[in-house]
Design a protein around this ligand. Structure first.
Ligand code: GLP
Length: 266
């Protein structure tokens, strides 16, 4: 696991976008795993800028989103479909037929979840997965207690997640209680994973996930088992890490020794 502590949210976002850009330059038909939440918005803005100003091509990509609220239609302004359209899909040249976001109105949820897993397999698996982290340590909507081998399924949200997400809804009672989410096991099958986190509010849980024990109580801690994970933080989110100096030192050494790995994000 590589931990990079950027000074700012913008630095964090630029670095994550540059890693995705590199993946697309290596393999234009990459399968991208995408996340919602406020954290990756800056990453999407940086990708849109790369598309508009540098001609980064998204025409061959295939995307799979992590999750979606149950019973919110794709046109609901708090659905993750809507979020992705607003922040990324409507602003780049991705083919609509290559976009996959779990469907919150699926009639047979179990069947839908198996179909989603199969679609990921048929696409050749996720090449690079972008993740945020919830206040209770969840990735996607894998709330505490989610099996580290779990697959795409319906999850009941915790009170903390419902409260955290209430800020986006006009009426707190409207926050959905259930979501369709990729499982921890599904996420761990991605070839490469980038997790982004920013702000003081995430500092404690980020430290638990990275430096604490691997436990189903903090589903992000399962990333410790994955061989290709980069965690990109801003200074506040990285402020509770015991080994922060070591992570910074590694990053500086890498910049010095292998400038090509870091590219323009110096
Ligand atoms: C939701 C999403 C997660 C996301 C989390 C954090 O729960 N399902 O994928 O990581 O929110 O959101 P934020 O980035 O707004 O803190």
């Amino acid at each position: 696991m590589e931990i990079i502590i950027a000074d700012t949210y913008e630095g964090m976002s630029e670095l994550a976008a540059t890693m995705i850009e590199r993946q697309l330059l290596r393999k234009p038909n990459s399968v991208l795993g995408l996340a919602t939440g406020s954290t990756p918005i800056g990453t999407y803005q940086a990708l849109v800028r790369k598309y508009k100003e540098e001609g980064l091509d998204f025409s061959k990509i295939v995307t799979f989103n992590l999750d979606e609220y149950l019973d919110l239609s794709p046109s609901h302004d708090q659905s993750y479909h809507y979020f992705m359209d607003q922040h990324l899909f409507n602003k780049i040249n991705v083919e609509p037929r290559n976009i996959h976001v779990p469907y919150g109105h699926a009639e047979d949820v179990e069947q839908f979840c198996s179909w989603y897993e199969e679609e990921i397999r048929q696409a050749g698996g996720v090449d690079i997965q972008l993740l945020g982290i919830g206040g209770d340590g969840h990735i996607a909507f894998n709330e505490p207690g989610s099996s580290l081998g779990s697959r795409t399924r319906l999850k009941t949200l915790t009170k903390q997640t419902i409260d955290d997400n209430a800020r986006f809804f006009t009426n707190p009672e409207d926050v959905p209680r259930f979501a369709i989410t990729m499982g921890v096991g599904t996420i761990l099958e991605a070839r490469e994973i980038i997790m982004v986190a920013n702000g003081k509010k995430k500092a404690e849980i980020v430290a638990e996930a990275i430096e604490g024990p691997i436990t189903a109580q903090v589903s992000a801690s399962a990333l410790q088992m994955h061989p290709e994970v980069t965690v990109i933080l801003d200074a506040e989110a990285g402020s509770r890490l015991k080994r922060a100096d070591y992570y910074k030192w590694i990053f500086e050494e890498k910049k010095r020794l292998i400038p090509r790995l870091i590219g323009k994000v110096t």
